[in-house]
Design a protein around this ligand. Sequence first.
Ligand code: B12
Length: 526
Amino acid sequence: MPHYTAVLVGFQEQGNLGVGYLASTLAQRGYAVRVVDFRERRESVLGIMRDAQPAVVGFSVIFQYYVPQFRELASYLRRNGVKGHFCAGGHFPSLRYEYILRQVPELDSVVRFEGEITLAELVQCLIQGRDWHGVAGIAFRDGDRCVATQPRPLIADLDQIPFPERPFESGLTVLGRKASPLMASRGCSRACSFCSIRQFYGQVPGRKVRIRKPGRVVEEMRALHHDHGVSIFLFQDDDFPVWGDFGRRWVGEFIQALRAAGMGREVLWKISCRCDEVEPELFTRMRDAGLYVVYLGIESGNPAGLRMLHKRLTVEDNLRAVGILQDLEIAFTYGFMLFDPSSTFTTLRQNVAFLKRITAASTVPVVFCRMLPYAATPIEHFLATEGRLRGTVANPDYDFTDPRLNAYFTCLNERVSACIQGSDSLANQLNFAWQEYWVMRRLSLRVSGLPDYERSLRSVTSGYNDFILSTVEDGAREFESGGDSLPPLAEFHEARRRFSSQLVELRDPFVLRNQGVLMASLNVSE
Ligand code: B12
């Protein structure tokens, strides 16, 4: 195996664009880079390091939950003789560099905020044997102190950086169609109190939101489509550029470029945006050019929650967005924080009523989570000031003002989390089945029995939604009136198993029955 200048270790679930951009930027400058999946066995990571003997090992710590595991890996690699310069990047290390430098003594530096140019300069210093401590945008230990160098401005023109490398396929396919993540922009102009994006892009000089040229985005899509057979594009933008006159112009050019590239009919794409950005005329045009799912950051269904989360939206704004997408027959998924620091039993009931409304058509499963206070967010600060912040970096947490709610959440979460959270949760399986449905429908695949299939899918979704929401409602009543128990865990396992097998018994035979048509649509023989 050749020696590599840098080895980048990052979490590779569904790809990792950050690491991909770092790798392509280094490669463009002539450095040999190897990307490793953080989930690989540590012995095999060590083997790669021993063979590669990199001058720099970069750890991408984009989820703060994983700080302890990264610490463990860095320490293991050092103990086993890996030399090189160890650096870390990502939201948490950028915002809390002192913490991570103290907690992970194996680290030589932290690359703060956008990492492409900083890492390239750091690598250059290291391989030329020059002093690297003056590189802008880093932090390091100096005796007992932690020092941060001057911040590096954000990259003004995102089109100046090369397309990201994608050494690992995303692993995502829908009915045999490959899906890939990509980004048209970075940053968000809004200020939701729970989100770290604004803190991440807001603490350094430069425009907080940068948007690529539509033509370049389409060029990347075209390369993925033609060279790698990708036909579903998952935009990971913090807030896809659809807002106001600018958004309308940008989207107009994007659609034009898609059509000019011959991809107006054969590709589908998904975006994330805010509810107040959804409007009928623009989204009709987007739908007609392949937009098939919109992830809405809804987050709350009651006024106090929306205020606490600083969404600057009303419940009606949220309902309106869902209504428009439903009218246009664009699928939607959503983020929803059933619990947040302002939660009471009253807001909980309002949230349940809201979830009932947006899931009334039974074309989307009920999902929810508890708002967690990520490092350096305004809500973390608020909770600390109130004396309610709890937990650790890996498990940040807080108390509700009503102690009955603390007990209720713990009990409820234990029972429903396997249904609604994580990649193999029931809600995720339902979402996936619906994605397949929308792909078949939007690409007008000639499958037989699609309307019946849709009805049955609705029926399973509805059964699951009723089960979850009635559990939440009944439990809230019980705990509010002084009780402290929910039905036994076994009942939830059983319900989960039941809905899951209903789904499998419905979905698998349908796909099998239509296998010929589905394969033919991929130009693959059976
Ligand atoms: C795509 C995505 C996912 C994907 C895949 C992630 C992946 N492997 O890349 C999936 C769907 C799996 C996912 C899951 C989750 N996600 Co997510 N996700 C994202 C999202 C939207 C985009 C990531 C991305 O591609 N960014 C674009 C690149 C260009 O930026 P970047 O990764 O930050 O990298 C740059 C810099 O940080 C820096 N950098 C990063 N790493 C390194 C390393 C080195 C060595 C250097 C020098 C520099 C450097 O340079 C990079 C280039 O400029 C982000 C939001 C965001 N904008 O980042 C949330 C985000 C990372 N996710 C988040 C969360 C909370 C989750 C979940 C917990 C959600 C949930 N409730 O289930 C799960 C956890 C998954 C798990 N297994 O534990 C949070 C993390 C917050 C935190 N402080 O920990 C984020 C920030 C969203 C948010 N605003 O809250 N996620």
